[in-house]
Design a protein around this ligand. Structure first.
Ligand code: DAH
Length: 347
């Protein structure tokens, strides 16, 4: 019996060495330690049939053999499990030193950047920021601004009419051609005195090229109060442009015609590129044409419900899009709304 136990142990250890996978190990374990028919189990069961004199000697020996075999199986199992874990870890491993994927962070479009800057400067000078509808009635876009039906001035702003139902009170609907309609809307709503600027999109039926687009941005300004003159306009615009460009800017008036102002004028500022000496940008004149303006026409004040015997004021309108192009030296207007990120990222 002693010999049988020794052989069993030697055989088990030898078999175990040959095992190369977990399933093989499990089959072998059944062979030796299986509860029903394992060789070790059978030997343990047979102990009870030994003569009483042998039991104290063989019993402990058999137990020892069983423990050795169980231990050897246990070790083998652990070695497989560890190998498995290493394999899994190596699969799951990630290199913490690899730089992470860079997320693209959006940023503010140059038009919005300049618009914010314009709003900030005018707010500091006591102006409120107003907004108005982009689909406007013919009345606010033209009639209330002293451009009656059939007036030739309408031809200056060929435009998009909307086929929707007309406004019962105010006639046909149109994509507004200018931000000036907000003048009368604001007067109606707030009365005088008034100090507002109105940035916003405008639309014109244009053949698109490097300096014309069907959609562009304007900033309208309106100041109504007592004893207001064009000197105030000149002062405000000089201050605004100097703050915007961060250097002293000179402005000048030229006569100009707009139906909603009387007298009407155009405002130019000294070319910033050549300091007024003359260059390509200012067409060698030393001046950059900037905006239309004038004293608000009596008929416009009337349309807004403002008493022109007590109040007067001025209005102006400039192209925010043009200003952005000048500020950043952009030579094609189509780039601004083209949606090409390579363009936008430069600002
Ligand atoms: N609305 C004019 C345009 O779109 C610009 C303009 C000129 C606005 C004179 C004014 C103004 O308020 O007084 O061309």
């Amino acid at each position: 019996m002693e010999q049988t136990l020794k052989n069993l142990e030697a055989q088990a250890l030898k078999d175990l060495e040959k095992v190369t996978s977990m399933p093989e190990l499990e089959t072998l374990e059944l062979q030796y330690l299986g509860r029903k028919d394992g060789s070790v189990t059978n030997i343990m069961k047979s102990l009870k049939d030994l003569p009483a004199s042998q039991k104290p000697i063989i019993g402990p020996l058999a137990n020892k053999t069983k423990t050795i075999i169980e231990y050897a199986f246990e070790n083998k199992r652990k070695s497989f499990e560890e190998a498995d874990l290493t394999k899994q870890l190596s699969k799951e491993f990630f290199d913490t030193t690899i730089p992470s994927k860079i997320r693209e962070i959006g940023h503010i479009h140059p038009l919005s950047q300049v618009q914010e800057e314009v709003e900030r400067i005018f707010s500091q000078m006591g102006f409120s920021i107003m907004d108005g509808p982009e689909v406007e009635s013919e009345y606010y876009n033209f009639e209330s601004l002293n451009v009656p039906k059939d007036h030739p001035a309408r031809d200056m702003q060929d435009t998009f009419f909307i086929q929707e139902k007309d406004d019962p009170k105010h006639g046909r609907m149109v994509l507004r051609t200018q931000t000036s309609p907000v003048q009368v809307r604001t007067m109606e709503k707030y009365g005088a005195p008034l100090r507002v600027i109105v940035p916003g999109r405008t639309f014109r039926y244009e053949a698109t090229d490097a300096s014309h687009d069907t959609t562009f941005y304007q900033v309208e300004g309106l100041l109504i109060d007592k004893d207001i003159s064009l000197a105030h306009l000149k002062g405000i615009m000089k201050e605004f442009l100097s703050r915007l460009f961060g250097k002293d800017v000179v402005v000048r008036f030229r006569p100009g015609y707009f139906p909603f102002v009387e007298p009407g004028l155009e405002l130019d500022f000294s070319c910033l590129l050549c300091d007024g000496k003359g260059c390509r940008v200012c067409k060698h004149s030393g001046w950059v044409e900037f905006m239309g303006a004038g004293m608000v026409h009596e008929n416009v004040l009337k349309a807004g419900g403002v008493d022109s015997k007590i109040y007067q004021g001025w209005a102006f309108g400039f192209g925010l899009t043009r200003l952005v192009m000048m500020k950043y030296k952009i030579d094609d207007i189509r780039l601004l709304l083209g949606g090409d990120l390579r363009f936008n990222k430069q600002f």
